[in-house]
Design a protein around this ligand. Structure first.
Ligand SMILES: [Zn+2]
Length: 411
């Protein structure tokens, strides 16, 4: 079955056809979750899957599952999927490529009359982007039980429109309980959304880990006083202390392999030219794919803040309010085996952004296949890739799913 290949031209045409729904002037897509354009994209996916012999079901969160039976339909199925919604100024490939790579796998098996060992399932997850409704990865998050269905149903967009009402309006409020598919493995193909594969000249990224994230609000409390009358040695300047923390965050990130540290938001009180600032609040975002390393980064940040507060006689409060644990993709060996069989150049990589597969990894052994994207640019209307790169990713998905299906059948 090694000579089995997807049809890259057909995959590219399908990508371009899907991109018409919400097409923007700059060549991107504006297809927010549960809008009319999202409905059109979903309808086309369903039609394509039914034409290729699938039965389609929808769960209460609007997640879609197209099932292709195999030889033994009592065994757990092998799943794949991604999302069809986009950012308001999104591209043609983020999410959509993963869904349509699945459709291309399905068509290839269908036209070659190949019966797989287990059933295969092709899915679309609701509102991955988190743009119209928050949070991101909402459909897969409900599916795996991280979020409560009723709570997410009642989320509203900026116009006060309720998510459940939109699901109903576009015809995707299903009756199946989220989390009830019988899956034995799950794979997601995605453009990398970063520059590493292109930079390293590799065709396939085998995603071993999804990086962990720690978010903070840091408040520095000093003392407001007159900039013209307060000698330097008598100041409790929250701006200078904040600047030292910001610089330390960059240094912490440099100190560890794959470390990332960002301060993207800052509020200065009273924000006046001739008053030494009394209180400053800013964000901090630390990331690393290794949980121990991320914890050490956390410890260095809190340790630095304690020490600095003591030295400068001011108060530094570090509110660590969100932790997203690093994800291990336990089925990535299937991806590697398929990639090597096909002879594509490859490297291990970690996922820097969140993906539906990061949540699916809670429930079933999962894997991700990354393909290069031009200049690493994503969440942008100029997001781009090539037909050859998409074809390679879909070929790896095809052989990964076959590999996983055979593995599950062997027991
Ligand atoms: Zn995506």
């Amino acid at each position: 079955m090694l000579d089995l290949n997807v049809n890259g031209e057909r995959l590219w045409q399908s990508l371009m056809e899907m991109a018409q729904f919400g097409a923007t002037e700059k060549g991107g897509c504006n297809r927010l979750a549960l809008t009319d354009n999202d409905k059109k994209a979903r309808d086309l996916f369903v039609a394509w899957c039914e034409t290729a012999g699938c039965t389609v079901s929808v769960d209460k969160m609007g997640n879609i599952f197209a099932r292709r039976p195999g030889k033994n339909n009592d065994l757990p199925a092998v799943g794949t999927g991604s999302h069809l919604d986009t950012q308001p100024t999104g591209g043609k490939f983020d999410g959509v490529f993963g869904v349509l790579a699945g459709v291309e796998v399905l068509r290839t098996l269908h036209e070659n009359n190949i019966e797989t060992e287990t059933a295969l399932e092709f899915s679309v997850w609701t509102n991955e982007e988190g743009s119209r409704f928050q949070p991101a990865m909402q459909g897969s998050g409900v599916y795996v039980g991280r979020f409560d269905l009723e709570t997410e149903w009642n989320k509203t967009d900026v116009n006060g429109i309720r998510l459940k009402d939109e699901l109903e309006r576009i015809g995707y409020l299903g009756d199946e309980e989220p989390g009830s598919r019988n899956l034995g493995a799950f794979f997601e193909t995605h453009i990398e959304q970063g520059p590493i594969l292109e930079d390293e000249d590799k065709t396939i990224g085998i995603v071993r880990l999804g990086q962990g994230i720690r978010w903070y609000n840091i408040t520095v409390r000093g003392q407001e006083s007159h900039s013209g009358t307060t000698p330097m040695h008598l100041r409790k300047d929250s701006m200078v202390a904040s600047a030292k923390v910001v610089t330390e965050i960059e240094e912490i990130a440099h100190r560890f392999e794959n470390g990332l540290g960002t301060v993207g938001f800052m509020q200065v009180y009273p924000n006046s030219r001739n008053t030494i600032p009394g209180e400053i609040t800013f964000s901090a975002d630390l990331r690393n794919p290794n949980p121990q390393v991320l914890e050490e980064m956390h410890n260095q940040l809190t340790g630095f803040c304690d020490k600095l507060a003591g030295e400068r006689g001011l108060e530094i409060e570090v509110d660590h309010f969100w932790y997203f644990a690093p994800v291990e993709f336990n089925a990535s060996d299937d991806v590697k085996a398929a990639t090597e069989k096909l002879g594509y150049s490859h490297m291990d990589i970690y996922a820097g952004a969140g993906h539906d597969a990061c949540y699916m990894a809670d429930l079933v052994p999962s894997g991700m296949i990354f393909t290069p994207c031009e200049n690493g640019i994503s969440h942008n209307e100029i997001e781009n890739t090539t037909p050859e790169q998409c074809e390679a990713g879909a070929n790896v998905l095809l052989h990964t799913m076959l590999e996983a299906s055979a593995r599950i059948a062997r027991g």
